[in-house]
Design a protein around this ligand. Structure first.
Ligand code: PLP
Length: 422
């Protein structure tokens, strides 16, 4: 059928990628060290990137609409970021102590997220969430954590598709996303044991399904009622405005977790919030909570992150990017509507996700029955037209992605859908 044919053509077009993965498979399972990147028959191996374009090892050029799963907001070759990294490099790598770089980055983050009265850096969003949960359990003296079906807070905090086999052993309660009553019922039973409610303001990896404002504000009220901490995972949504989704919704979490673009494109995470909670990490306290990490303040990340926030990613630049994303999503969905196909892009601002269903999506359960083969076919067809996105359908725009690139994406989708319909 059509998908088998498209897959075979993909294989034939990408011999160098296939070889690269096969050679690495001796030491990395299937040549893979990030599960999300794998897809049948094998993923592309990229050789380099520039602006919002990528070149694979077979020499194909792609419009990069994925933007490193939202971490690549600056594009591949922003000169300010490059200069910051080079200049930090000249000062010496890994200085074995504090430097002049971490304070200013923390201040800049706090300016944008004033609810983060105190914060700390980690190497990933996953670690940020782990540490926020540790803080909440110690602060409350309780064990249980309320999370949501379809949520992704990291590889060991994953509640989609039947859950992860390697989740950390917290005592999790799982409720349906956007279902405040379900959360209320659980809190009524378990509220006295609840340390935290951990929630993404939009299910990200779970399908770019926005949390309804009433649901998120309802969780705030529930946390207050039972004395649990509300932890807002803004690792993905922090790019929706310079103060993240919480600023847009006027939502005040107790703790916030960040990651992705704040490191300028290098590995990064941060967690922070209420001073009374976060001050437990003050090492001068006799009852201080330890939080280690060799590279928590690594100079390249600190320098790239600070330069990006202060010189490139102004609130205006971020707003323009998110507006472009809204327009792009409308343009892409107009193609689906015009051809009357059961496909849609959901999301907010500059982040969106393709779904092989046209029904309204409020929670992970609404995705049941969507035919993944349709997405696979669209993915291979778009690659042939020079448009790169995640195999699962994630799109996240970067700053170099302009109106011309948005038009190019819509035109490619139009051609692909028209060809399959015809
Ligand atoms: N939380 C959310 C909402 C994410 O989207 C991700 C990554 O995709 C994470 C946490 C984990 O971040 P990291 O991949 O940096 O560990």
């Amino acid at each position: 059928e059509a998908l088998a044919e498209a897959t075979a053509r993909y294989g034939a077009r990408n011999p160098a990628s296939e070889r690269a993965l096969a050679e690495a498979a001796d030491v990395l399972p299937a040549g893979n060290t990030r599960s999300v990147l794998f897809h049948a028959p094998f993923p592309l191996a990229m050789a380099r990137g520039e602006g919002c374009h990528l070149w694979d090892v077979d020499g194909h050029r792609y419009l990069d609409t994925l933007g490193e799963f939202t971490a690549g907001i600056y594009g591949h070759s922003n000169p300010v970021i490059q200069q910051a990294i080079v200049s930090a490099l000249h000062d010496g790598l890994s200085l074995s102590s504090h430097t002049l770089r971490e304070g200013p980055l923390a201040h800049e983050i706090q300016r944008r997220f004033p609810g983060m009265a105190l914060l700390r850096f980690t190497n990933s969003g996953t670690e940020a969430n782990l540490m926020a949960l540790a803080a909440a359990t110690v602060h409350t003296g309780r064990r249980k954590v309320l999370v949501f079906d379809g949520a992704y807070h990291g590889g060991v905090l994953s509640f989609g598709g039947g859950g992860s086999p390697v989740n950390v052993p917290h005592d999790f309660l799982v409720a349906r996303y956007n279902d405040l009553e379900a959360a209320q019922t659980l809190v009524r039973t378990h509220g006295a044991d609840l340390a935290a409610i951990l929630v993404e303001p939009m299910l990200g990896a779970g399908g770019c399904i926005p949390g309804q404002p009433a649901f998120l504000h309802g969780l705030r009220a529930l946390a207050d009622e039972c004395g649990a901490l509300l932890i807002l995972d803004e690792v993905m949504t922090s790019r929706l405005s310079s103060g993240g989704r919480q600023a847009q919704l006027d939502l005040a979490p107790d703790l916030t977790t960040l990651g992705k673009y704040f490191g300028g494109g290098l590995s990064f995470g941060a967690f922070g919030g209420r001073a009374d909670v976060m001050s437990r990490f003050d090492p001068r306290r006799p009852d201080a909570l330890a939080h280690a990490g060799t590279f928590n303040n690594n100079t390249l990340t600190m320098a790239a992150g600070l330069a990006g926030l202060t010189q490139v990613l102004t609130p205006a630049a971020l707003d323009a990017l998110n507006q472009r994303g809204e327009q792009l999503r409308e343009g892409l969905n107009a193609v689906f509507a015009q051809h009357a196909v059961n496909l849609q892009f959901t999301g907010l601002g500059s982040v969106m996700q393709l779904h092989a269903t046209a029904r309204p999506l409020r929670s992970a359960a609404d995705l049941a029955g969507a035919d993944d083969r349709v997405k696979a076919l669209l993915f291979f067809d778009l690659l042939e037209r020079g448009v790169f996105l995640a195999r699962r359908g994630l799109v996240a725009l970067s700053l170099p992605f302009g109106d011309a690139q948005a038009d190019e994406f819509v035109a490619a989708l139009e051609a692909v859908v028209a060809a399959r319909r015809g």
